[in-house]
Design a protein around this ligand. Structure first.
Ligand code: ATP
Ligand code: MG
Length: 538
């Protein structure tokens, strides 16, 4: 059964991202500080932002013969002025491919090659790696620049190169162009394999900003609210919310170049932050770390958590710790630009990813692609104006996941209830099969997190030849002062066993110093699976 969003449809404006953001109806004052560095206090006003974007775009055209469709790669940690090269490139008719600043030269070279980037803007802290990557793909060193205030490797800081006198004129896009023109080439998180370059169009972004506003516009307001920006800008979640939504609504963003719990709490307290979008590992810290008690976080009225499952148990623990804060989930993918569903602020059901955004429809299907009735779990397929154009240079992968009717096959297992509320069970590929029964690792992780002995955890399936089945195994980082003994492992196993049906019980526990995670906040179970497979091969 195809289920439509319960919300009224939205009109997607027939313009590009820049017109949409800067000709908005919210009327942000020119002198409002929109991006503020949480560490140094330096800031960029709305007026400065607009002006600098047009200067950046003009330089691309005048100095670098930049053409429509050309790609600029940005390889930098979050910075207060990240929006300038980002939107400056889009203003010049180009596309931006933002890269993880921790990538090795080989990983960066892959992204440069896939996207055919013409210009690379690195940061003073990783410019050496950038140059190595540029050499690997034959990108001239004269096309590599340093983002930051200082010169590095003998190169001047980017502002000396890109902040010329001329301002570009904004080009208007027709509806067709907005649907065809690629603005971003973000890479998916690489949780299930090699990350894929996602082609996100102007129309995808404007649609998703409006879909988000349609849902959350009443709770986030440019005049009253302040966001804390800890999500990485290179990932679509941060890129969309902290850049596009924030500029559109005129909401100031306190930008953190790297996550630090103390600085996070200090900034919330000092700047009276009202809203932050987070990922489960940060929510976990907020619910468990003693440091949180030293701060007054009561201004924080709303936290949206996305990118990976947030269990009902962890939500409850967090609420006890932060009684003034509503913590709720959003769900999406790089391929859905990114928001697909959000939970309601006035009626939060823990563990749910909420309701489908306006203009979207879904199907929940079985392994053969047959639609299931409401209430049954199956793979979630999504359709709407925010579905990507496809994967760059990979028409086969695009054809595999977007069907003829335009439904995108998410690979996530979901359930929808009678009221339209959605729940993610886990990823299809990560379900453990124990003697024919399906065990969702995310559910077991949710329970493990609530044990006082557990600081962090992950669950995978490992093959046990003696029983000829996969068995659920928990990887646990122990809380301070808990001994890594057989007895501890037994207590933890029992803690889980008391709460689940017999086939979901953890059959083995391994203590580990740190759970591997992506910078976008996902547990990298594949890293644990590879390590387990290697052990078994020995
Ligand atoms: P790759 O596609 O490269 O393997 P990825 O799917 O992790 O990596 P992203 O596009 O960053 O890359 O993440 C999308 C995925 O994140 C979704 O398919 C889903 O599994 C997960 N996800 C996002 N939000 C939630 C949520 N609220 N609850 C559960 N899972 C979520
Ligand atoms: Mg994915």
């Amino acid at each position: 059964m195809v289920v439509q969003s319960l919300l009224p449809p939205i009109n997607i404006p027939e313009t590009g991202i820049l017109q949409f953001l800067f000709q908005n109806t919210h009327k942000t004052p020119e002198d409002r500080k929109l991006f503020i560095d949480a560490f140094t206090g330096e800031s960029l006003t709305y007026g400065q932002l607009k002006d600098n974007i047009l200067r950046f775009a003009a330089t691309l055209q005048d100095k670098f013969n930049f053409q429509k469709g050309d790609v600029v790669a940005i390889y930098s940690p979050n910075q207060m002025d990240y929006s300038i090269p980002l939107l400056g490139t889009v203003a010049a008719g180009g596309a931006v491919s933002p890269a993880n600043p921790a990538y090795t030269p080989t990983e960066l070279a892959y992204q440069l090659e896939m996207t055919n980037a013409k210009i690379l803007i690195a940061h003073e802290t990783n410019v050496e790696m950038a140059v190595k990557a540029a050499d690997m793909v034959g990108l001239s060193r004269s096309r590599v620049f340093v983002f930051g205030k200082n010169q590095a490797l003998g190169m001047p800081p980017w502002s000396h190169v890109f902040m010329g006198e001329r301002r570009a004129t904004l080009i208007s896009l027709t509806k067709e162009e907005a649907n065809e023109t690629i603005a971003y080439l973000c890479f998916s998180s690489g949780t299930t394999g090699k990350s894929k370059g996602v082609m996100t169009t102007h129309a995808n972004i404007t649609a998703n900003v409006l879909q988000f506003e349609g849902f959350e516009g009443a709770s986030i307001n440019g005049d009253k609210d302040r966001m804390l920006g800890v999500l990485p800008f290179f990932h679509i979640y941060g890129l969309s919310l902290l850049m596009h939504v924030a500029i559109y609504l005129g909401t100031p963003v306190y930008v953190m170049s790297k996550f630090d719990l103390g600085k996070f709490c200090e900034t919330v307290q000092k700047e009276k932050i009202t809203f932050s979008a987070l990922v489960p590992p940060i929510v976990l810290l907020l619910s468990k770390d003693q440091m949180v008690d030293n701060y007054d976080l009561s201004s924080l009225k709303l936290v949206i958590c996305g990118a990976a499952p947030l269990s009902a148990e962890l939500s409850q623990q967090t609420r006890k710790r932060l009684p003034a804060t509503i913590v709720k989930q959003a769900y999406g993918l790089t391929e859905t630009s990114p928001f697909a569903s959000i939970e309601r602020t006035d009626d939060v059901v823990d563990g749910s990813i909420g309701f489908l955004l306006s203009g979207m429809s879904i199907k929940i299907v079985d392994d053969d692609g047959v639609e299931l009735p409401i209430g049954q779990r199956g793979e979630l397929w999504l359709k709407g104006p925010n579905i990507m154009k496809g994967y760059i240079n990979n028409p086969e992968a695009t054809a595999e996941c977007i069907d003829k009717e335009g439904f995108f096959h998410s690979g996530d297992i979901a359930i929808q209830d009678q009221n339209g509320r959605l729940y993610i069970v886990d990823r299809k590929k990560e379900l453990i099969k124990y003697k024919g029964f399906q065990v969702p690792p995310a559910e077991l992780e949710g329970i493990l997190f609530t044990s006082p002995m557990v600081a962090d955890c992950a669950v995978i399936g490992v093959y046990d030849a003696s029983q000829a089945t996969e068995i659920p195994r928990g990887y646990v980082t122990l809380a301070a002062n808990v001994p890594a003994t057989e007895e501890t492992a037994e207590i933890i196993k029992k803690f889980v066993a008391d709460k689940v049906v017999y086939y979901k019980q953890l059959r083995s526990i391994v203590f580990i110093n740190e759970i591997p995670k992506s910078p976008s906040g996902k547990i990298l179970r594949r890293v644990l699976r590879d390590a387990a497979a290697e052990e078994q091969a020995l």
